[in-house]
Design a protein around this ligand. Structure first.
Ligand SMILES: Cc1cc2nc3c(=O)[nH]c(=O)nc-3n(C[C@H](O)[C@H](O)[C@H](O)COP(=O)(O)O)c2cc1C
Length: 459
């Protein structure tokens, strides 16, 4: 066991998919059936995660209804109709005190000024608990809602994302922390020397600034990233402070951990400025048997139409309908694999080639965990697994995906969290007030204050 690791605590996020992570979650009697349209439900699960001292809750997003065969989608309501995260999160911030509120926003179909403004506002409203998961979108149906017929190519998306993040960070620095004097005696509200115009002109964006929101309490809301391709890893090393990633074995997770942290130095960053939090689809019961039964129940509810549809989406909409469910996965054409370059596809191909799984077995594995690693067991078994990955430098923490909500989360908070706390692996109280403080991340200095620069405000 590593000495340094004994003195540290892991970080935990809770990923709130509507009704839960499992593709059949809504069929579980302990799932909120109308989750996507029920604010009370989100308020309650966020409060439960806060009771469990999670660093953060996270919601994913896409700017489109999921596209596919309605025959399958009618049985799979996740991500068909749900709240806009940047409307949901401020409301959740108002009913919680400590937990970080983190959401996805795509860099492909947004403008940096909008995103900078919204997350800066969320950071003020939550008193320093906001985080942004920077994604590039992977589905073409998002393009169709934004005047495009095709999605940007993979590397082009990341190129745009990198510049997008630079602009957003620049806009967050528009006002220095002490720019607002608000002095009734001198009748001066702000110091113009502490207001900065970005004047960005790049390959993808032209943004003058400044931002019409004061500098966020955290300086910058915490930046997350969730892509594992070559371009995704490079972006993570460049700007991310938290990384969500599917990792299935400890050696792979260790490689990923070393790889990402190793890339950071060239961007002038220290390894501890980024926390790697792979997905964990933990299904817990008071005993292993109880956990296995809970898992079996959910797996039994995966309709073949849904399983095939889910797999086909991961394989760039490849039509699998003519293949035998209990036979092998057909070869994936090279151009499909090359175009998407996605980690989830690589995993599916590996399960087929190396483990010889049938189409049904693959979709059952994928649908149950939505591409994340599944661990099923008693609280002690789950904590053992998490401890092993943490102590051995596979992770800095985990993004826990409750299989169904609220039932799965309740069980994790009541059974696994105390076990982790007893082992000294997880906090008993929040360390600080902001998400940055709780994640052990430094507050970034304003680029202008850091330079001692006092550029004159123009316009
Ligand atoms: C935990 C997790 C959450 C994600 N959330 C979103 C999301 O909300 N919206 C989205 O468009 N993509 C989301 N993604 C997809 C990634 O942003 C990325 O597009 C995908 O992993 C492929 O990236 P890559 O080609 O760099 O591997 C998520 C991925 C992971 C692992």
């Amino acid at each position: 066991m590593n000495q340094e690791r004994r003195d540290r605590k892991m970080h935990l996020g809770a990923f709130f998919h509507p009704t839960g992570n499992h593709v059949a979650a809504w069929l579980h009697p302990n799932a909120q059936i109308d989750a996507g349209a029920n604010f009370e439900h989100y308020a309650s699960i966020t409060q439960t995660a806060e009771r469990g001292k999670f660093d953060l809750m996270f919601v994913a997003d896409a700017v489109a209804v999921r596209d596919g065969k309605l025959q399958a989608l009618r049985r799979w309501p996740q991500y068909m109709a749900y709240f806009d995260p940047l409307t949901l999160l401020p409301a959740l911030a108002a009913v919680t005190k400590n937990i970080g509120v983190v959401a996805t926003a795509t860099t492909s179909y947004n403008e940096p000024y909008h995103i900078a403004r919204k997350f800066a506002s969320l950071d003020h409203i939550s008193l320093g608990r906001a985080g942004w998961n920077v994604v590039t979108s992977s589905a073409v149906n998002e393009a169709w809602n934004f005047g495009r017929d095709t999605h940007y190519a993979h590397d082009q998306r990341y190129d745009r994302a990198n510049e997008f993040v630079e602009v957003v960070k620049g806009l967050w620095d528009s006002w220095e922390d002490d720019a607002f004097i608000r002095d009734r005696s001198t009748e001066i509200y702000f110091d113009p020397a502490k207001l900065h115009t970005l004047n960005h002109e790049g390959q993808h964006f032209k943004v003058r600034g400044p931002l019409n929101v004061a500098r966020p309490p955290q300086g910058h809301p915490v930046l997350f990233q969730a892509g594992s391709s070559e371009a995704g890893r490079e972006s993570a090393a460049r700007f991310a402070e938290g990384v969500f990633t599917p990792q299935h074995t400890l050696p792979e997770a260790q490689d990923f951990y070393r790889d990402i942290k190793g890339r950071m130095a060239k961007y002038g960053r220290k390894p501890e400025a980024l926390k790697i939090m792979p997905g964990l689809n933990a299904i817990v019961g008071r005993t292993r048997k109880e956990a296995e039964e809970a898992h079996r129940f959910l797996q039994s509810k995966i309709h073949p139409d849904v399983g095939l549809e889910l797999l086909s989406i991961q394989l760039d909409n490849m039509d699998l309908s003519q293949y035998d469910l209990d036979g092998p996965l057909p070869d994936i054409p090279d151009h499909v694999a090359a175009e998407t370059g996605q980690a989830s596809m690589r995993n599916i191909v590996r399960w087929s080639k190396e483990e010889g799984l049938t189409i049904r077995q693959i979709y059952e594995r994928y649908a149950g965990a939505r591409g994340q690693r599944t661990v099923i067991g008693s609280p002690v078994e789950i904590a053992d697994d998490m401890e092993r990955w943490f102590r051995n430098y596979g992770v800095d923490g985990f993004l826990y995906h409750p299989s169904h909500l609220p039932g799965g989360l309740d069980a994790f908070v009541d059974l696994v969290i105390p076990e982790l706390q007893n082992r000294g692996l997880f906090r008993e109280e929040y360390e600080g007030k902001t998400l940055r403080e709780n994640m052990g991340l430094e507050r970034p200095k304003s680029r202008y204050a850091a330079e001692g620069c006092r550029a004159k405000q123009g316009g």
